[in-house]
Design a protein around this ligand. Structure first.
Ligand code: PGA
Length: 250
């Protein structure tokens, strides 16, 4: 059985006060989350204080990106060594906003995946098609290409060290969720593709759905056979909504 995971991607939101309040709210409800691995990914400047606030709560902390290099002259980047140093165990990699707004290529994303692995940080590896690509009928090809970049650099076994988050770009922050059937279809495709390379990796790999998942639709999405949790943007900023989604994972 794959343990469900629900990860909150806070994006570039929050302040010292709001982060404190949000963490207090999530912590207060963690008793009601039975079996789901819970991760929150704050903006980098808040990671140390969120790690502090998360102590002994069962909440794990992730970054929203990770440098492909471990140290040196890489202005503006944050390395896996540093994330380790402050107790951050997960990193979102290849988010569509990084790919589309900051020009991250499949190859760079794969290198960031590798950097996470060599530093013992679990990658939350994001993939997904744009609306145009879906309309062209190339959703599976796009997801395949994005995954292949990691497999080419690190091998298929590397996928076992992290999770994949399937996030259709047209569903992110739009309130337009993929239907459970649409999402399940892509998740099943991803798992089958990986099964062709390594059945054990495919069976154990958690594939999260992301894109306007919320308190009202989470249970039905996570109830699909190949959907093992969610990567949550907007709804992760409200403790009650986030906890409802975590509980939907069990
Ligand atoms: P959303 O964002 O839940 O606000 O659609 C998801 C994400 O970008 O990870």
């Amino acid at each position: 059985m794959r343990q469900p995971m629900v990860a909150g991607n806070w994006k570039m939101n929050g302040s010292s006060d709001s982060v404190k309040e949000l963490m207090a709210g999530i912590k207060a409800g963690m008793d009601s989350v039975k079996n789901t691995e819970v991760v929150v990914c704050p903006p980098a400047v808040y990671i140390p204080r969120v790690v502090g606030a998360a102590a002994d709560s069962g909440i794990n902390v992730g970054s929203q990106n990770i440098c492909d290099q471990d140290r040196g002259a890489f202005t503006g980047e944050i390395s896996g060594e540093m994330l380790n140093d402050v107790g951050c165990g997960y990193a979102i990699i290849g988010h569509s906003e990084r790919r589309s707004l900051y020009g991250e290529t499949d190859e760079l994303v794969a290198k960031r995946f590798a950097a996470a692995r060599r530093n013992g940080i679990k990658p939350i590896f994001c993939i997904g098609e744009t609306l145009e690509e879906r309309e062209q009928g190339i959703t599976n090809d796009v997801c395949s290409r994005q995954i292949d970049a990691v497999i080419a650099l690190e091998g298929v076994d590397a996928l076992a060290d992290g999770v994949i988050a399937y996030e259709p770009v047209w569903a992110i922050g739009t309130g337009k969720t993929a239907s459970p059937e649409q999402a399940q279809e892509v998740h099943a495709f991803i798992r089958e593709k990986i099964r062709g390379l390594n059945a054990d990796v495919a069976d154990g790999l958690r594939i999260l759905y992301g894109g306007s998942m919320n308190a009202a639709n989470a249970a039905e999405l996570i109830g699909q056979p190949d959907i093992d949790g969610g990567l949550i943007g907007g709804a992760s900023l409200k403790a009650e909504d986030f906890l409802t989604i975590c509980r939907a994972g069990g």
